[in-house]
Design a protein around this ligand. Structure first.
Ligand SMILES: CSC[C@@H](O)[C@@H](O)C(=O)COP(=O)(O)O
Ligand SMILES: [Zn+2]
Length: 207
């Protein structure tokens, strides 16, 4: 890809941010094997996103590619994340979204397989990491959608629920999608959500 189409340094900064995010997610154990995908919105409206199939904790610069908002690689032949459309959907829905993270934690996988179409988080101080939350004394709904290998079809199921989604969403038996205005915010929300999911899992173990 001709990186010169981007404002000086913007693409490189995005690649560095994605590599660092992958390492941080890997330290938590949220991107086992080749799981997870990570993206950043570029100043020209395109996206930098992880290439499909690599280990997200071991990314090099060639593990990140550019796609347009339809998920089409700018460099024909590049293979973006299999879940690119879910990233594009979030950016299209939320003009403030600047980074999107997807991981496969044990807690999100197990809790979502216990049934139900949402997790309700209540009473936790850390809920305040989510947009618009100012107190533990509130309920945060995290929707759970059934997994589907047809990502376009899955995105159509997610679409009507995106409005007002505060903490991201969970795909059953699969993992979480979280986003924020920039990578630091997205990572903070992911860490907050995963902390809360780990707490919920512990609570259920204790009955
Ligand atoms: C380890 S299989 C995980 C994949 O099927 C998928 O869910 C995933 O998160 C990573 O896919 P990728 O195409 O590398 O972005
Ligand atoms: Zn996944």
């Amino acid at each position: 890809m001709d990186k010169a189409v981007f404002p000086a340094g913007a693409y490189c900064r995005a690649v560095e941010g994605i590599i660092a995010a992958g390492q941080r997610m890997d330290r938590h154990g949220w991107v086992p094997a080749t799981a997870g995908n990570i993206s950043i919105r570029l100043p020209d409206g395109n996206l930098a996103i992880t290439r499909s199939g690599g280990h997200k904790g071991l990314l090099g610069a060639d593990g990140v590619i550019a796609v347009d908002m339809a998920g089409v690689p700018l460099n024909a032949g590049d293979r973006p994340s299999a879940e690119t459309l879910l990233h594009c959907q979030i950016y299209a829905h939320d003009p403030q979204a600047g980074a999107v993270l997807h991981g496969h934690s044990v807690a999100s996988t197990v809790l979502s397989m216990l049934g139900g179409d949402a997790l309700v988080l209540e009473g936790y101080e850390v809920q305040k990491v989510f947009a618009g939350q100012t107190t533990h004394d509130a309920r945060v709904h995290v929707p759970i959608f059934d997994n589907d290998q047809d990502i376009a079809r899955l995105s159509r199921v997610v679409a009507p629920h995106l409005d007002g989604m505060r903490a991201g969403y969970i795909i059953r038996g699969h993992g979480v999608y979280v986003w924020g205005a920039d990578m630091d915010t997205a990572l903070a929300r992911l860490e907050g959500l995963e902390f809360l999911l780990a707490c919920e899992l512990e609570k259920r173990k204790f009955g």
